[in-house]
Write a protein that binds this ligand. Structure first.
Ligand code: C2E
Ligand code: CA
Ligand code: CA
Ligand code: CA
Length: 278
């Protein structure tokens, strides 16, 4: 019986070793990619759709593999968030943004830089210290920073999230609620968090020129934003007709493939030079 138990333990141990090993190797690779600086910012222009001038950009993370392949966040973001790697990755991305577009932002004090944070960032004050230390000595001022919090993932401790957002706002950073209307928060987030900007999800923009319900929803978001004194940005704009509808509804800021896809820094700087010239 003792021998049987011994063999059983051995099999269980091998099973655990086998199932654990590949994952830990994948994790080692991921950590190596982080320290090699493979996670980099791309920049998607945010436009003023009345004047067609550039208002700034949203920073979107990409994984640039050593072979040059560009991997989108859909492939790695959940892993990075679940393993807590996202904290290092976000810090690195903010530092690189300062290096890459700091000069452009120094020359254009009205430009805004939107950074995506995940729910976990709002449970830990470390993010306030990170933003302070990274941007304090850069050419990007706190007033130029917008921090995006998505409604897709629940914020566990609303009180704590509210405190962290208030600390950021005290610095001059603005808070945007992302993916509004698609997630958990709904009206409660708007009421409790004191956000400055709401971002209308692509889902509503997709059908805005064809579907009356979408139009009505966007219309009420605009009214809500106006009444609460918040700014509004439409995302995922791909067609001219959508811009026309948005203007009719009183939305003045938008981003989407219609204007530009997320792009590396050098292209974004060229894009800025082109739009500011016209
Ligand atoms: P999001 O914050 O809602 O970002 C908007 C997404 O829509 C981006 O996808 C962008 O490339 C895409 N998009 C913009 N305009 C259009 C359009 O006209 N048509 C279409 N089809 N798509 C458009 P991306 O870059 O793949 O990012 C996906 C999500 O990953 C983001 O959604 C965000 O939730 C997350 N993410 C990206 N970067 C970061 C980051 O640095 N930190 C965190 N925590 N999350 C990030
Ligand atoms: Ca976003
Ligand atoms: Ca969004
Ligand atoms: Ca979205």
């Amino acid at each position: 019986a003792a021998a049987c138990a011994g063999i059983a333990v051995l099999f269980v141990a091998i099973g655990i070793w086998l199932s654990w090993r590949p994952e830990s190797e994948a994790n080692d690779e991921f950590i190596a990619a982080i320290s090699n600086g493979e996670f980099i910012p791309f920049y998607q222009p945010v436009m003023d759709i009345e004047s067609l001038r550039l208002r700034g950009c949203e920073v979107l993370m990409r994984w640039r593999r050593p072979n040059g392949t560009i991997v989108s966040p859909g492939q790695f973001m959940a892993y990075a968030e679940n393993n807590g790697h996202i904290f290092d990755m976000t810090r690195h991305m903010m530092r690189v943004s300062c290096e890459e577009v700091g000069e452009l932002y120094g020359e254009n004090p009205d430009f805004k830089l939107s950074i995506n944070l995940f729910a976990g960032h709002f449970q830990d004050r470390e993010v306030v210290a990170d933003i302070k230390s990274i941007f304090e000595n850069s050419n990007i001022s706190f007033q130029q920073i917008v921090v995006e919090v998505t409604e897709r993932h629940p914020l566990e401790d609303m009180e704590q999230a509210r405190k962290i957002m208030a600390e950021l706002q005290a610095l001059g950073v603005r808070i945007a609620l992302d993916d509004v209307g698609t997630g958990h928060g709904g009206m409660a987030y708007l009421q409790k968090l004191g956000v400055d900007i709401i971002k209308i999800d692509k889902m509503f923009i997709d059908t805005i020129s064809s579907d009356d319900n979408s139009t009505t929803i966007v219309d009420s978001m605009v009214e809500l934003a106006d009444n609460l004194g918040m700014g509004i940005i439409a995302e995922g704009v791909e067609q001219e007709e959508q811009i026309e509808r948005l203007l009719e509804l009183g939305v003045t800021a938008a981003q989407g493939y219609y204007f530009a896809k997320p792009m590396p820094a050098n292209e974004f700087i060229e894009f800025a030079a082109r739009t500011e010239e016209e």
